[in-house]
Design a protein around this ligand. Structure first.
Ligand SMILES: C[S@@+](CC[C@H](N)C(=O)[O-])C[C@H]1O[C@@H](n2cnc3c(N)ncnc32)[C@H](O)[C@@H]1O
Length: 335
């Protein structure tokens, strides 16, 4: 059979295709500043970068969650906020390490969501699950605590019903449609994109779990950055008081660099429309901070909560929550 030699044109087309394919694989791993600088080098890379930015703005959760969470910005031309997504709490990562995540790729591979696999902490020995064979959400679960207290227990790893258990509703990721909307004064905020019923689970506050020493170190840096202009940090300190009242477990969750959609929830001086509940899964060493709707929330409404145990700072950031009881200054946690 006669072999036809490839023309120069065909050869260059094939090279271009190879470059295109490689770029499509590599560029989604880049930070926005890297993406911007590479996109200025040639037309093809500029084109690919643009589509990556468009895909990033369509889903902040990078398909980790059950529904995409889009960014909506009618204020300026920032298409999205860059951070590393984690659907559950994770161990603190050295800030100097450049963690990367594939975001905005053409080929979306939905990560397997399983909190049992992602829980970074060892499980305690006496972990127990419920005895029912299958407990659907509507039937309830014998070991479910029906009313929302400040601390709720859920079934855990050894539950025989698996992740579908009606008493593991906070372990299946974000289960309502949400969007991230930019506001001129408060920056980005998390909004409902459907009706959310009172008592419904919205999302967990996921981020890096830090030692108190590291939390204090980072808070100092964040305060300095905030004083020099707008820097929206997302370091939350939560205390779980033990029944004796004498001791408490302190959780330092930093969602500034690594977090989930909850990092966009703004503060409201009137407590907003979310209640925070510490949920402990049977067998888990540490509780997780979960948000539930404290009343019916209409589609489009902004989600908000009070940033917790606070002391007012006379020179703190200005609060724009707009509630009738607004203190005028954003609360600041004494880390
Ligand atoms: C956890 S982040 C919330 C998301 C943030 N708005 C953003 O753009 O990424 C906390 C930061 O949001 C801003 N923020 C939250 N609530 C606010 C409020 N009521 N008024 C003004 N700024 C607020 C502050 O900059 C604060 O440090």
């Amino acid at each position: 059979m006669e072999k036809r030699c490839r023309t120069n044109e065909e050869e260059s087309e094939s090279h271009e295709r190879a470059v295109f394919e490689c770029a499509e694989l590599i560029l989604p791993w880049l930070h926005p500043t890297e993406l911007a600088s590479i996109s200025s080098t040639c037309k093809t890379l500029n084109h690919i970068s643009k589509s990556i930015n468009a895909r990033r703005s369509c889903d902040a959760s990078r398909a980790f969650e059950n529904f995409p969470t889009p960014f909506v910005n009618t204020v300026d031309d920032q298409p999205y906020v860059y951070f590393i997504y984690t659907p559950t709490q994770t161990l603190g990562v050295d800030p100097s390490s450049r963690v990367r995540q594939n975001w905005g790729s053409k080929h979306i591979v939905r990560p397997v969501f399983c909190s049992d696999l992602t829980d970074p902490f060892p499980w305690v020995e006496d972990a127990c699950g419920c005895d029912c064979e299958s407990c659907a959400e509507d039937l309830g679960c014998p070991c479910s605590t029906q009313n929302l207290s400040e601390l709720t227990r859920e079934c855990g790893l050894s539950c025989r019903c698996g992740l579908e258990c009606g008493n593991r509703s906070t372990q299946r990721g974000v289960s309502v449609r949400l969007k991230i909307v930019k506001n001129r004064r408060k920056g980005w905020g998390l909004h409902a994109d459907q009706l959310i019923r009172r008592g419904q689970f919205v999302c967990e506050y996921a981020g890096e779990l830090l030692t108190t020493k590291e939390a204090r170190r980072r808070q100092q840096i964040y305060d300095e950055l905030a004083s020099g202009g707008r820097f929206p940090s997302a370091l939350l300190v939560v205390r779980e008081h033990l029944p004796s009242g004498k001791a408490c477990i302190r959780l330092n969750i930093d969602a500034t660099r690594i977090g989930n959609v909850a990092r966009f929830i703004n503060h409201s001086c009137d407590g907003g429309n979310l209640s925070t509940v510490l949920v402990r899964s049977s067998g888990a060493l540490l509780p997780r901070l979960c948000f539930f709707a404290s009343r019916d929330i209409q589609q489009g409404e902004e989600l908000a909560f009070s940033y917790g145990d606070t002391r007012l700072r006379s020179k703190g950031l200005h609060c724009y929550c707009g509630s009738s009881c607004c203190f005028g200054v954003l609360p600041s946690e004494h880390t």
